[in-house]
Design a binder for this molecule. Sequence first.
Ligand code: UDP
Length: 486
Amino acid sequence: MADNKPKKPHAIVIPYPLQGHVIPTVNLALKLASQGFTITFINSESIHHQTSKAQAKTGVELFAKVRESGLDIRYTTVSDGLPVGFDRSLNHDQFMASLLHVFSAHIEEVVAQIVASGEDVHCLIADTFFVWPSKIAKKFGLVYVSFWTEPALVFTLYYHLDLLRLNGHFAREDCRKDTIDYIPGVKGIEQKDTTSYIQETDTTSICHQIIFSCFNDAKNADFVLCNTVQELEPETISALQAKIPYYAIGPIFPNDFSKTVVATSLWSESQCTQWLDKKPHGSVLYVSFGSYAHVTKTDLAQIANGLSLSKVSFVMVLRPDVVSSDDTEPLPVGFQEEVADRAIIVPWCRQKEVLAHPAIGGFLTHCGWNSILESIWCQVPFLCFPLYTDQFTNRKLVVDDWKIGINLTNRKVITKEEVSDNINRLMCGESRDEFRNRIKEVKKILENAVSPTGSSEKNKVQFIKDLKAKIEKIAQAKCSKCNGHA
Ligand code: UDP
């Protein structure tokens, strides 16, 4: 009798082509490869091109080095439907429309080629935001594993959009503004703390179409992996587990930040360590708005003037497109000269290295989920300035639930005075010590979760066991079908 037991699971892994999704997906691929998986990582040509350019190397692919160390990670690229050099930041809707309508055709072609080559492929691991994985997985007889790179709270809000709609908290002009208290596993959440897409009244945008469609697709996933920690969101995760096989396996990054071997940055990284080495412990504020969100020029001016007023030293990441890629000089005139003796402003940095530096004492952040996990890991408390998508919900977790940070502003309009006051609240005095003590406790939760007996480690082991059982079941079904036909 033929041995249909897969010796080694082979997973096709596909990241959403955005920086904040590529980073955790690469880490997931590494984690699974080190557990004996064969991985075929399919990157978009555009991300491939940008990461290569950032390292000033062409022709080198992401995993070349780790492959030398024995991990079985193969790599290929695929078009997202747009020319490689197309400005996706400036043309966000067109980019998203291409991901919604065109990307799957290219993916399907590559998956078909891999399968046709005779490779024994077993599962498709793809970002939850894709609208097509369950269909492609089904077509090629693969197990579909959906990978969610944001907190479980955000997942469950999208998962229950129908409930939000039914109760009048979503998709109407006169949305209810009272507390949302009927989502399973969520005690109560205000509408202002849901994601930007849930708060918007016009729900006809491309991103809304993506969200509606991808969560319909995710309901067909065989397994969902989430880059969070069970103990951080226990009720939400338990409620989800009652509906779908949901595994919290975060934080997904390597425990030791200095051991990052795969270069994933889309922009070249400026060195900040030497400058930070000269600063006292905990004295420097790190300021970054992540890889994709835009800040208005007016808000940026108030933040810059607030930083100037606060007298605190800072490292500021100012992406070339932070306001817009057609506004390359977004800072107020004279600001850089004013703060030159206590600040460095760079287009992009090695964020994990900066956060891990002892001189860093606070993080003015847009509240991207990777940034939050990385900063907790380094015990750096937050000054929160959410801009869009999940960042409003992430802010609620950080400020209201875990109490490891404060809001940059509590008003509709940001002023430099409030910015400066809050920077000092975070960085100086008694309040500073309170945040630092509390974040130590939250860090411990993360650390325990990834220890050999911790929840994320156990969930990962359980996921691999369940996945292998599913793969075997499919193989046996195929085998008995063949035998039946013989
Ligand atoms: N990042 C970085 N250098 C920078 C700014 C950001 O390496 O100068 C990384 C950061 O460490 C994080 C990712 O980019 O892993 C941003 O992801 P996040 O979820 O925080 O925000 P997004 O960019 O998705 O909005």
